[in-house]
Design a protein around this ligand. Structure first.
Ligand SMILES: Cc1ncc(COP(=O)(O)O)c(C=O)c1O
Length: 287
């Protein structure tokens, strides 16, 4: 099956797709991105992802490469051409190509790239069995609310997690409070049964999955407390999980050397996961 990438106006065979060496994405990581999951050929939370893309572009004074309807049309076209029933679409916008100079250049055309990948999300063992995470210091910059392509600290953290046999690394701020995973938001059910996830701010990315799950939980009458929590509080929690477009709601059963609850996904986590999976397969309406 031919697989295409979209690069600046063209659908190119994936293996041959490339951008210029002086693209600012390549030179400076001067760009932003989105990852949207696809189930049954349909993008999940597309509006939320495009909204966030616009916020990221605005925050960096970057022009949108295309209007929203055209962008959406191209995403759908690439998914159709690559016959992705289940998987992801990756979209990246960089400031464009210019002679290397730190200062933002003006009057250049942004670069737009899209690729897709097939992933069999729902049959992954980690959704039913849960995962282990480690905790690491958060060494990232002070604008983690921007979905920038500069992910070196996140890559280092994920590699460290993998080396420790863990799925994710939870990053910890200078006050000992968890910010987020290297590619996910973090949630716990506390000793006193509060479902907590860190409040929005420049320290974390506003996850589109986080937004949807907050909405679903509230519709089910479950209160969500948006508040920071420490590593100690997390180690003593009843349940824990992470959310992201590609991991959905993945239960966490071990934090460093501490087993969470009974070492199996908690009951609230399982219910929330079921509701979220129903929602993402189009079986559940939300506001
Ligand atoms: C640092 C970080 N936090 C949170 C998330 C979760 O965001 P979303 O639910 O929109 O995928 C991601 C997603 O990749 C991420 O990279």
């Amino acid at each position: 099956l031919a697989r295409y990438a979209y690069v600046d106006g063209r659908y190119t065979p994936h293996d041959a797709a490339s951008v210029h060496v002086e693209d600012r994405g390549f030179q400076f990581a001067d760009g932003v991105y989105e990852v949207v999951s696809i189930i049954g050929g349909r993008m999940i939370d597309m509006q939320g992802h495009i909204d966030r893309l616009e916020r990221s572009l605005d925050a960096l004074d970057m022009a949108a490469p295309l209007s929203r309807p055209v962008l959406t049309m191209i995403m759908r076209e690439l998914i159709a051409r690559n016959r992705v029933d289940e998987g992801i679409i990756y979209l990246q916008v960089t400031r464009g190509v210019a002679p290397r100079d730190h200062k933002f250049p003006t009057g250049i055309k942004p670069t737009l790239v899209m690729t897709t990948k097939r992933v069999d999300f729902r049959n992954q063992k980690r959704l039913s069995e849960g995962v282990k995470v480690i905790t690491i210091p958060d060494i990232r910059w002070a604008r983690c609310d921007i979905k920038a392509i500069s992910l070196l600290a996140n890559c280092m953290g994920k590699t460290q997690a993998s080396g420790a046999g863990a799925y994710e690394a939870w990053q910890v701020d200078a006050e000992g409070r968890i910010t987020e995973g290297t590619s996910s938001n973090v949630w716990i059910l506390t000793r006193d049964n509060k479902l907590k996830t860190r409040m929005l701010g420049p320290e974390i990315l506003r996850g589109v999955t986080r937004d949807s799950l907050i909405r679903i939980a509230r519709e089910e009458g479950i209160e969500v407390v948006e508040e920071a929590f420490t590593v100690e509080e997390a180690r003593e929690c009843r349940e824990a999980f992470v959310t992201s477009a590609t991991s959905f709601l993945t239960p966490v059963v071990q934090i460093d050397d501490t087993v969470v609850g009974n070492g199996v996904p908690g009951s609230l986590s399982c219910r929330l996961q079921r509701w979220y999976l129903d929602y993402s397969s189009g079986l559940r309406e939300t506001a």
